[in-house]
Design a protein around this ligand. Structure first.
Ligand code: FAD
Ligand code: DLZ
Ligand code: SF4
Length: 509
């Protein structure tokens, strides 16, 4: 019998269909899984994120053993733990006599490089859990002047057949967003399903509490599912209670309502506990059964086969330097209120508080509150990127960096976004009920009470006028500025500069 190979399964690769497992021989090869210091601390991950992954890894290892695999699993507190994935592979090679490694491509260039630099031969297989392969995305991107998600998405609809009638989109159009994005509802009747920790999860929670006592975020109460069965139950609950209203309130924000009608499936999808096509088919069935309207189901499916696949395609197409781009030359340090220091901005305080509690915020909170603020204030995109990568349970660089660096901060110079996602306080006021409870006034455009988003919005546009004025989609904004009387323009820029000075001085703003 030939020598065993080591089959690496990472914390976000918890899928029985994983390429490396599919290519392995369960009667001979040895699966290696390890909870390691380097992965748990390359950014200061939210404790819920670490606990979720460690508990899910332990359960996945048990499942593989039940299925007849030999699994070498190293727990975090094993005194012999080498502290890194390459270190654990080398230790396993020495202990077992294995001479080579079969792995599924990791979702971060950092770890791909580490595996490629190992003194053992490592074969990296493409991650087939995504619907578009690297070659397919490159083919789609080749020769295009602009890589707009919408066109990629149509190809993915055709390829998957989701919501298709032959080669035509069901309902006669590809995108129903004009029916979506209603302001916040008066009340929310959905309470997401929570999963009580079992013995395995409890043990992990104690470990994380002991080992990462000062990481930002609350470990308990812990409510994530930590295996595929639980993730499927969470998906069922979401399809039942959230999907019908997902489209309508996709962009809404409500004080005290953290989840509204969002899917809460990104952490399961990205760890491998749910499969993207399985999730989309479940949503499609809900439409077929008359349980959810087309605008909601199309919007939900677009996020998964469109945005999710598209941002991954961009991350790998653009290469390892993508996450450190800074096209707008922004260098302001990340304000302390991102890490929980007090702020008078109600919208920001709410988004950060729920991030600390849940390791979750929905898309509009990430894009139009914390992201929008950082862009307007000129925060260093790399610092912001590391924040998003740390604080959300669904964050891995392949998905987080294009969303942060590209979509939210325009730091890739406009590969993902055709114009910067910036708004004044008026947008937040329209989509939420935060402003009524804020100590700033969203209606005030200048002065001490003026909403900082109002001040910084103009300050940003004027600072970057040379770059953005030629963009036809932004011309109207510059015309509005030019029509304001000179005194008002001076007051806006003066008050913005004062506000930023107070921010930089560490005052509570
Ligand atoms: P829903 O709103 O219910 O959407 C359904 C699913 O669609 C999500 O679970 C997700 O898998 C997918 N999806 C939706 N929007 C996107 C998107 N823009 N990119 C990729 N997939 C998407 N998503 C992550 O999974 N990981 C991240 O680290 C991450 N970082 C982000 C950082 C910023 C600055 C921004 C603006 C967005 C980020 N997103 C990220 C995208 C999005 O905010 C989350 O996918 C979504 O909030 C997850 O919550 P949900 O499962 O309730 O999603
Ligand atoms: C995020 C994470 C954490 C916190 N810990 C581990 C770990 O101990 N072992 C492991 O195999 N994976 C972990 N991960 C996920 C990896 O960081 C992830 O596989 C890479 O970032 C590539 O996406
Ligand atoms: Fe946010 Fe401005 Fe509204 Fe306050 S007034 S909640 S800072 S948008």
């Amino acid at each position: 019998m030939s020598v065993a190979r080591l089959i690496l399964v990472l914390g976000d690769q918890l899928s029985p269909s994983l390429a490396a497992l599919a290519a392995a021989d369960r009667n001979r090869d040895i699966v290696v899984m390890a909870e390691v210091r380097d992965e748990a601390s390359y950014v200061r991950h939210h404790p819920k994120k670490i606990a979720f992954l460690f508990a899910a890894m332990r359960k996945f290892a048990a499942r593989l053993r039940d299925d007849g695999w030999s699994v070498r699993y190293t727990t975090y507190d094993d005194p012999l733990n080498a502290g890194s994935i390459p270190g654990e592979l080398l230790r396993a090679a020495e202990a077992t006599g294995a001479t080579d490694v079969l792995a599924t491509e990791p979702g971060e260039w950092r770890l791909i490089r580490l595996l490629q630099d190992m003194p053992l031969p490592v074969t990296l297989l493409e991650d087939t859990r995504f619907l578009a392969s690297h070659a397919q995305f490159e083919d789609w991107a080749k020769g295009r002047k602009a890589l707009r998600m919408e066109y990629f998405y149509r190809e993915m609809r055709r390829r998957t057949g989701l919501l298709m009638d032959g080669d035509q989109p069901i309902g006669g159009q590809w995108n129903f967003d004009h029916d979506n994005r209603k302001p916040a509802p008066d009340s929310v009747d959905r309470v997401p399903r929570r999963f009580d920790p079992d013995a395995v999860t409890d043990e992990v929670l104690d470990l994380v509490e002991r080992t990462f006592p000062s990481n930002f975020g609350r470990l308990r109460p812990f409510w994530f599912a930590t295996d595929a069965e639980g993730a499927e139950a969470a998906l069922d609950d979401s399809i039942e209670t959230a999907l019908p209203r997902f489209g309508d309130y996709q962009d809404a924000m409500l004080d005290g309502h953290r989840f509204l009608y969002h899917g809460l499936v990104s952490f399961y999808l990205n760890a491998g506990l749910l499969d993207p096509l399985q999730v989309c088919r479940a949503a499609e069935r809900a439409w077929q059964a008359g349980h959810a309207p087309l605008n909601a189901v199309e919007g939900f499916i677009r996020q998964i086969i469109g945005w999710r696949e598209y941002v991954r395609g961009i991350y790998f197409l653009e290469g390892p330097d993508y996450a450190s781009r800074n096209a707008l030359g922004h260098h302001r340090p990340l304000p302390a209120f991102y890490w929980g220091a007090p702020t008078r901005m109600r919208c920001v305080a709410q988004a950060v508080a729920q991030t600390a509690d849940e390791a979750y915020a929905h898309h509009i909170q990430r894009l139009m509150v914390t992201g929008n603020f950082a862009l307007l204030a000129g925060v260093d995109p790399t610092e912001l990127h590391e924040w998003y990568l740390a604080v959300y349970a669904d964050a891995y660089e392949w998905v987080e960096a294009p969303n942060t660096v590209g979509m939210s901060q325009f730091a890739d110079g406009g590969i993902i976004a055709s114009k910067p996602y910036v708004s004044s306080g008026a947008y937040i006021d329209r989509m939420s009920d935060h402003c009524g409870r804020c100590s700033y006034s969203v209606r005030a455009k200048t002065g001490d009470k003026a909403c900082p988003f109002n001040l910084l919005y103009w300050d940003f546009l004027i600072r970057h006028r040379d770059r953005f004025a030629p963009n036809p989609r932004m011309a109207q904004m510059y015309r509005t500025w030019d029509r304001m009387d000179a005194e008002r323009r001076d007051a806006v820029l003066r008050d913005a500069a004062r506000w930023l000075k107070r921010l930089d001085a560490g005052e509570t703003v």
